[in-house]
Design a protein around this ligand. Structure first.
Ligand code: FRU
Length: 501
């Protein structure tokens, strides 16, 4: 580890020594998770867009593979998805050797006859996703648009009929467009969705998938994910979602609050994948077994992504999240938690346990430290206006995870989290609305070198944020302001791998 590498996370994917942004082509295939991603193979800032590639058995430890699809003089390879074409509907493989097919956005360069346009193209792999050939008749879907991108393709199968569905965006129109195909090559327009709810930025990287509500196999709803930049609930990039029905042609939202133009005063009424500053371009894996739906977001914000103080690598993925639909206050809402496999990387027994600990006004260090920690906390309110945890606490810095009961708010304050001056918009206090459940506030917190992810109130609310603390700032404290609170429980788990701490 070089000095600068003390900020490289261990459970969050980073490319060895290059830039990354959006996760692409997420698929579980032949027993492995494949994570492709927007990658600059030649640098540490955005550019030369290609698909990098990594594989994992458990979603948390990744092996970087060779760049999968490379920029060429005529096109950059923007975001998209991968399907396993098991019946060789595309004819790009054979019945005995069915292909993986990538559907990506061709962002045409000045040298291309399509200069200025974005259209959807195919590449295919016959070796399980390691090497890729571009399809000879690209693009396969061209609307003569400069902002038509980020195709997510999945198999729609009702038992009686089955075809490929693509969701993509007309980014500046705040519109998701849907198409269908029998062979991944010829696409037929189905419908469009939007503008709706948050439209304070362009719409990018959509996704559409079904989930049972409250685990009831008779009651499926569809989740439409729409990433948005800028215009998130705490500024910059963020992801919103809608819950509704999809009948093979049209998505009908049941959670739209405002149609048409942005109403900035209503941002907190919309549904957000995450309320933190660093969770963008989140989409889900295809073909994960057992009905699990796992999403990966890019842990960054376009406001400052090119300037984060790391190198030569820059940017990380957020923790893979398992998502479910549950009824919360009468509404279908996403419940998110880190993928279950994460726990295999932490000791099964916590090394720190606090029980019914009264928190007097002030900051109180706990006997616990580490740059990589899993914390499970439960608080009850007292007379304090605000209380919570401070992680990556050092002599003069720390990241505050606070609850303000009177406002019904959970926030991360990273104003004094370490290095914050590399961009004027980085220092911030970012909040999310929460409701206490049976009088309690419960937090699951993952600290991983240069990041904090908080899952609150049983996964109904999450906040993901980057931080750049000093290497030696590894403490954990509890605090309360203006009165008292109680730490009913705190369990802190250390990573199994001793070299991580
Ligand atoms: C989202 C995005 C996508 C685009 C890609 C380019 O972060 O802007 O819309 O395909 O990044 O790298």
């Amino acid at each position: 580890h070089t000095a600068v590498d003390t900020v490289r996370p261990v459970l969050h994917y980073t490319a060895r020594n290059t830039w990354l942004n959006d996760p692409n082509g997420l698929i579980f295939h032949n027993g492995l998770y494949h994570l492709y991603y927007q990658n600059n193979p030649h640098g540490s800032t955005w550019g030369n867009m290609s698909w990098g590639h990594a594989t994992s058995e458990d979603l948390f430890l990744w092996t970087e593979q060779d760049v999968a699809i490379r920029v060429d003089p005529y096109e950059e390879i923007f975001s998209g998805s991968i399907v396993f074409d098991a019946h060789n509907t595309s004819g790009l493989g054979t019945t005995l050797q069915p292909p993986l097919v990538a559907i990506y956005t061709s962002a045409y360069t000045k040298a291309s006859p399509h200069s200025g346009l974005q259209a959807q193209s195919l590449a295919y792999s016959l070796d399980g996703g390691y090497t890729w050939e571009k399809y000879a008749d690209n693009p396969v879907l061209n609307r003569s648009s400069a902002n038509f991108r980020d195709p997510k393709v999945f198999r729609y199968d009702t038992g009686t009929e089955s075809f490929w569905v693509m969701v993509a965006v007309e980014a500046v129109d705040h519109t998701v467009v849907l198409y269908r195909s029998e062979d991944l090559k010829a696409w037929q327009y189905l419908s469009s969705f939007g503008p709706a709810n948050a439209t304070g930025g362009i719409w990018e990287c959509p996704d559409l998938f079904p989930l049972p509500v409250d685990g009831d196999p008779e009651n499926f709803k569809w989740v439409l994910v729409v990433n948005l930049n800028p215009g998130g609930p705490n500024n910059g990039s963020a992801g919103q979602y809608f819950v509704g029905d999809f009948d093979g042609t049209t998505f009908t939202s049941h959670t739209t609050v405002t149609d048409g133009l942005q109403d900035p005063t209503r941002l907190s009424e919309y549904q957000w994948l995450d309320w933190g500053r660093d969770y963008y371009a989140a989409v889900s894996f295809n073909d994960v077994p057992d009905g699990r739906r796992i999403m990966v977001g890019w842990m960054n914000n376009w406001d400052y992504a090119n300037e984060t103080p790391t190198g030569p690598w820059r940017s990380q993925m957020a923790l893979p999240r398992e998502v479910e639909l549950a009824t919360v206050a009468g509404q279908p809402r996403l419940i998110q938690r880190p993928g279950a496999e994460m726990s295999t990387h932490f000791e099964p027994t916590p090394f720190h346990n606090s029980v019914a600990l009264p928190i007097a006004e002030g900051t109180h260090p706990l006997e616990a430290e580490g740059p990589v920690l899993l914390l499970e906390a439960e608080f009850t309110a007292g007379t304090a206006t605000e209380f919570g945890l401070i992680v990556r606490k050092g002599a003069a810095e720390g990241t505050r995870i606070g609850i303000t009961p009177a406002l019904g708010q959970l926030s991360i304050d990273r104003n004094n989290s370490g290095q914050v001056d590399f961009h004027s918009t980085f220092p911030s206090i970012d909040s999310a609305p929460i409701v206490e459940t049976v009088g309690k506030y419960t937090l699951q917190v993952v600290v991983d070198h240069s990041s904090v992810e908080v899952f609150a109130q049983a996964g109904t609310v999450s906040l993901a944020e980057l931080i750049f603390p000093l290497e030696e700032s590894t403490g954990v404290s509890v605090y309360s302001l203006g009165g008292t609170a109680t730490l009913e429980k705190l369990h802190i788990y250390a990573p199994k791998n001793p070299s991580w701490n």
